[in-house]
Design a protein around this ligand. Structure first.
Ligand code: SF4
Length: 351
């Protein structure tokens, strides 16, 4: 498979619904998860795509284009529920073949009409009842044990909506990590949160057992940040850099990452330069094409569309070359999005 086919899949999506999929929630969503050439691929579901998933293969205009597709079966832990009646699938989801993902706090102080990130639909899955607002640490521990035992999950991602406290949600994350590690000590966990106001919170997360951390800025351009993330952009870049540097000190080089979204209007060359600066500082720049999906202001108000494939490919390739120079790869992260790689094309081009 060429990189441009992988870019096309990421941008045009597929018709059809692979058994492992997700709708609504934090981060990229409304997709189906497959293995493409042995690598994780989270592909948007798009009824207008020329690519069709027929249950086994991905066809283009009805023709088998020879993509090496691995279908991931519906996980067995989805059939279970807690003693108090919460379905395991409402507590955590399978991403890719072996990643257990959960949003420990499914609400966000920034989720108002004028403050929320325009690409985010974190509270939509709550409205449809497909998840619960606050995940209990003991429930996460129970689900993680089952997902490892029944479905061979090898790492876990815990993200969170931003809370009103100074820790911005990190303390609840730490409680959840501690509970999961007590039940499944062998399971590496990535946590994801905004920069906490008190940087000592990063050490608390590490001490709780977190193996890697994502502190996601999405864009390094302040004008783009203000436009797309009015609430989150009130956290200045200086706070992000302080948190990234402290996180690298606490978690180690290449165990810290950040999402950079291609397609929000940031100058591609500036994004590439910023991504290189991050990588030089030990932070893996997880380059992800912006994905317009239902439930977001980007789609419902702005009518935003997916980015230019040529720009996605250029940014991804140039960042991958720099990562190779630094011998820094997503696969070397102990857990989380960079390790999974499904929402990016970086791993397909050697990053
Ligand atoms: S990259 Fe992150 S959000 Fe995307 S499928 Fe993998 S774990 Fe989930």
């Amino acid at each position: 498979m060429t990189a441009s086919t992988r870019v096309d899949l990421a941008l045009l999506g597929i018709r059809g619904t692979p058994p492992v999929n997700r709708t609504g929630g934090a981060g990229p969503t409304d997709d189906g998860h497959l293995l493409v050439d042995g690598l994780h691929a989270a592909i948007p579901r798009n009824p207008d795509s020329p690519f069709v998933f027929d249950g086994d293969r991905v066809l283009y205009d009805g023709m088998d284009v020879g993509l090496d597709i691995g279908v991931i079966g519906r996980p067995r832990f989805y059939d279970r529920s807690t003693d108090d009646g919460v379905g395991y699938e409402q507590i955590a989801k399978l991403h890719g073949r072996n990643v257990l993902a959960t949003t420990v706090l499914q609400t966000c102080i920034r989720y108002t009409e004028d403050q929320r990130c325009r690409f985010c639909s974190i509270e939509e899955s709550l409205r449809t009842g497909s998840t619960v607002a606050v995940k209990k640490p003991e429930h996460l521990a129970e689900v993680a044990r089952a997902a490892v035992d029944l479905d061979g999950v090898t790492n876990m991602v815990m993200t969170t909506g931003t809370s009103a406290g100074k820790d911005r949600g990190a303390r609840h994350l730490a409680r959840c990590v501690r509970a999961v590690k007590a039940a499944v000590p062998e399971l590496p966990i990535q946590v994801q949160c905004e920069p906490p106001a008190d940087l000592a919170t990063l050490t608390e997360l590490r001490d709780a057992g977190a193996d890697a951390i994502g502190i996601h800025v999405e864009s390094l351009d302040d004008e783009v940040r203000r436009r797309w993330m009015p609430g989150k952009s009130t956290v200045p870049m200086t706070e992000y850099w302080a948190a990234w540097r402290e996180a690298v000190r606490v978690f180690g080089r290449n165990q810290v990452s950040t999402y950079l979204l291609v397609g929000l209007g940031e100058d591609p060359d500036e994004m590439i330069a910023g991504a290189k600066e991050l990588a030089d500082a030990g932070v893996y720049p997880f380059i992800v094409p912006f994905r317009p999906h239902q439930g977001t202001l980007a789609v419902e108000v702005d009518r935003a569309s997916a980015p230019d494939p040529a720009v996605v490919e250029k940014v991804t390739r140039e960042v991958a070359v720099h990562l190779q120079l630094l011998t820094m790869s997503g696969g070397d992260q102990r857990a989380g999005c960079a390790a999974c790689g499904a929402c990016s094309i970086l791993q397909s081009v050697g990053g």
